[in-house]
Ligand binder design. Structure first.
Ligand SMILES: Nc1ncnc2c1ncn2[C@@H]1O[C@H](COP(=O)(O)OP(=O)(O)O)[C@@H](O)[C@H]1O
Ligand SMILES: [Mg+2]
Length: 400
């Protein structure tokens, strides 16, 4: 190596050190992965970079971040471990340089078909932490010339730091959720404990005993709900949820959801109307997840409504999107709360103590809708009611 090469090497190591200091400053997984791919791209002087995470139980890799591509389209795309370059890197736990990916028999062509991005040269390194492979970092299409061993060294160094940062973020997210979960579990556990003690009193009036038994039933089902909601959210937040696309009839799903909530609607004497404009074409999305969105929105429309109030759920196709609306004539939302509504654990002060909830429903909705490349919005007038609008882009061929 001559002295100018040595200088350039030093420069790039300095660049790596400076940039990767930045990695420790975020605890948001997607933000972190984005920073890593941009660093990888700059450092390896290549056109693009991406991260695939490894799901060990399922023995699959899936895309989680990329610099150049339509991310929502790519996120969650599955790459098989057996038949791909990234899979080779995971199985061999070794870096790999490929000068012509098109001619490499390990190249997994399906991704190229979906993303329309052509990989020519490729440099990939395994992301390893605590002896476990958690994913693969790939740099694609070197700007000039070939990927070198120096590029490889730099990417290995970045990969080592990135793996630790990813693991830390995941641990932080988990501990954050656990802390909140424990906090949320306290109140129902205390009332369960009190009720159980009361029941044990021999001469407790039968009426009181019945009341306590009912309370135990209600509180334990609330605990159950809390636990499963937290799990759903934790999974979504960790980016480890895969979305399954299927074709289904939305009208049918809406009826199914209203059926599930019908006893709550009747109990509160609410009037629920379904408005479907024209024939809805079958839509392609993750049915269970869309169901979760509809159920959450309807559940809120019931909970934050006055007895005898109104709920309207409507669906229509506009331009290339499906528009789903849930209107309620309930309490409405204070304007100061509007920006917080979709953040995890947020609950309006006004309803917090009177109405049970986790503050996760809308955060879950937002995460699911955005994973489908859609939007969720709300309009509301305090004391009058609210409208939540979800728009989901239709897939090609669906728009009538
Ligand atoms: N339809 C609605 N009308 C009035 N307030 C609502 C409505 N939907 C949601 N909110 C407010 O937003 C907060 C967050 O909703 P959500 O995430 O579903 O959590 P949860 O219902 O468990 O409290 C609620 O606590 C409530 O204050
Ligand atoms: Mg809710």
């Amino acid at each position: 190596m001559n002295s100018s090469e040595q200088n350039s090497l030093l420069d790039r190591y300095r660049q790596l050190a400076e940039m990767s200091r930045d990695l420790a400053s975020t605890l948001d997984l997607n933000d972190l992965l984005n920073r890593i791919v941009h660093l990888a791209c700059a450092l390896s002087q290549s056109e693009a970079a991406s991260i695939l995470l490894f799901d060990e139980p399922k023995n699959q890799l899936y895309f989680q971040a990329a610099t150049n591509l339509d991310e929502p389209l790519m996120r969650g795309l599955i790459v098989p471990v057996e038949n791909s370059i990234a899979g080779w890197i995971v199985r061999h736990r070794k870096p790999l340089i490929i000068q012509d990916a098109q001619r490499d028999e390990r190249h997994f062509n399906e991704i190229q078909k979906i993303t329309k991005y052509k990989t020519e040269s490729l440099l990939g390194v395994p992301l390893i932490t605590k002896g476990k492979v958690i994913g693969v970092l790939e740099a694609l299409n070197k700007h000039t010339g070939h990927f070198t061993l120096l590029d490889q060294e730099l990417l290995i160094a970045l990969g080592a730091q990135a793996a630790v940062a990813i693991e830390n973020t995941r641990l932080f997210q988990q501990s954050d959720l656990i802390a909140e979960l424990v906090h949320e579990l306290r109140t129902p556990l205390t009332s369960l404990n009190n009720a159980a003690r009361l029941i044990l009193i021999d001469d407790l009036p039968a009426e009181k005993r019945k009341e306590m038994t009912e309370l135990i039933t209600i509180e334990s089902s609330r605990l159950d709900e809390l636990a499963s909601t937290y799990l759903d959210f934790a999974r979504l937040e960790s980016g480890r949820v895969q979305f399954i696309s299927e074709k289904f009839d939305l009208a049918e799903l809406i009826y199914e959801c209203t059926e599930i909530l019908s006893s709550k609607v009747t109990d509160k004497n609410l009037k629920l109307t379904i408005q479907l404009s024209g024939e809805l074409p079958p839509i392609t999305a993750d049915r269970d997840k869309v169901k979760q969105v509809i159920l959450n929105l309807l559940d809120n429309a019931v909970k934050y409504n006055h007895p005898g109030g109104q709920i309207i759920i409507s669906a229509k196709i506009r331009a290339k999107s499906l528009i789903l609306r849930v209107f309620d004539s309930g309490y409405g939302i204070p304007s100061g709360d509007m920006n917080w509504l979709f953040k995890k654990f947020f609950r309006s002060k006004s309803s917090q103590h009177l109405i049970p909830g986790t503050g996760l429903g809308l955060a879950i909705c937002k995460s699911i809708v955005e994973s489908h490349r859609g939007h969720i919005r709300v309009r509301s007038r305090l004391g009058k009611g609210s409208i939540f609008t979800v728009s989901l882009p239709l897939k090609p061929g669906e728009n009538l």
